[in-house]
Design a protein around this ligand. Sequence first.
Ligand code: NAP
Ligand code: MG
Length: 454
Amino acid sequence: MSSIEVIEPATERVMAELPRGGAEEVDAAVARAKAAFPAWGAVNPADRAALLRGLADAIEERSEALAVLEARNAGKPIGDARGEIGMVVETFRYYAGAPERLLGQTIPVGGGVDMTFREPLGVVGLIVPWNFPLTIASWKVAPALAAGNCVVLKPAELTPLTALELEKIALEAGLPEGVLNVVAGPGSVCGARLVEHPDVAKVAFTGSTEVGRGIAAGAAATIKRVTLELGGKSANVVFADADIEAAAAAAPGAVFGNAGQDCCARSRILVERAALDDFLAAMAPHVEALRVGDPLDEATQMGPLISAGQREAVSSYVPDDAPVAIRGSVPDGPGYWFPPTVLAPVGNEERAAREEIFGPVACVIPFDGEEEAIGLANATIYGLSGSVWSRDGARALRVARALDTGVISINSNTSVRVSTPFGGFKQSGVGRELGPDALEHYTEVKNVYYATEG
Ligand code: NAP
Ligand code: MG
């Protein structure tokens, strides 16, 4: 078996080396999961809930070590990594409430009693990206296990370390052998095998829209259930009647958080023309002051990109003649650094405004009036997140309702909460994660009719 060299993007050095899984390892993991499923699916709901609470506690006990591992491997500021591991713990606690609340219905019919049950699917394959490695894994693993499924999780080859830790922690916390299996290996081999495997009932994927298309096509052969969380090119719509200082102070975090490697990045900042100059002037000091550097330094706000390849891809959106309005700084020395960059003004049809950059590059796009703002915001194949900033509450709500996007915030740039549904419209995906909605995607509805009359 060949090996995976795990790189630390802030130093470009190898931080770990581990065996590279292939199709055989996936097959073995699916077989373990399949063997574990009947017993796991039959665990008394209160006991399954207790095991998930125990797992949450065990993750919490190791949260500092997990945060350091994630910060080093993904190149994210340690403060952010701590927040993410905190969300992992919260996610397991939230779904620990589910086994005892997977309610069915009784439906009035003639001649008997009709009732529905939410049944687990069986073995589910979970494929996750490198940008929020353990957090996105937990959004899938926790509801999948809570609903009674067994899991094969494939982390991204660039960031497999925290997922492998999770597999160990789960065993230590008392989850039965075979319930949670992790295979680290390339997507084109291990991910593809999960998608085609006849014993895998469902694939939940987070990653690029391009790979997502292939997964949807591949799943068709076995009619697998599929949920997809894909790319985005979200709009941050700022009206001239907004609190411009507040909007300008929040906008950098919404693009430069996780060095822009965030599917929810509000990378198209639509600003009403009357406020454009004030907005850019108010935003500039926040961008220039961003502390870009060592992920393990407590003061750091932005780390490096994940890889040399990612930096090259991001650079292609900022050629020498690009309209750079604001630019932050980067440290010297090794590391895949890219400065926070604001391009202004940009036309909505230009490449930098159309394609997901997945790096710290924001496009500021001027607009005139509500109708144009809605038209521009919706003129994209994506529809994941977005924001509306206005002091006119009715307008803000009207615009939020008119945007073709799954997650939107008013006078805020936040996207994700454990208890609320998250997912995309259009080519940003299929299905929802988090909140109660996720459970529907890890269960099948069974309808039972019981004849009670003659
Ligand atoms: P990616 O290339 O699509 O990879 C995502 C995962 O899929 C990785 O584990 C990858 O494995 C695996 N994979 C690659 N090719 C595959 C194949 N043919 N069959 C099955 N699995 C395969 O995405 P990425 O480069 O890791 O992440 C960046 C993209 O993810 C961005 O476009 C971003 O918008 C999107 N994203 C979306 C969300 C969301 O919630 N909507 C969240 C985060 C990221 P290997 O990398 O190990 O080869
Ligand atoms: Mg990729």
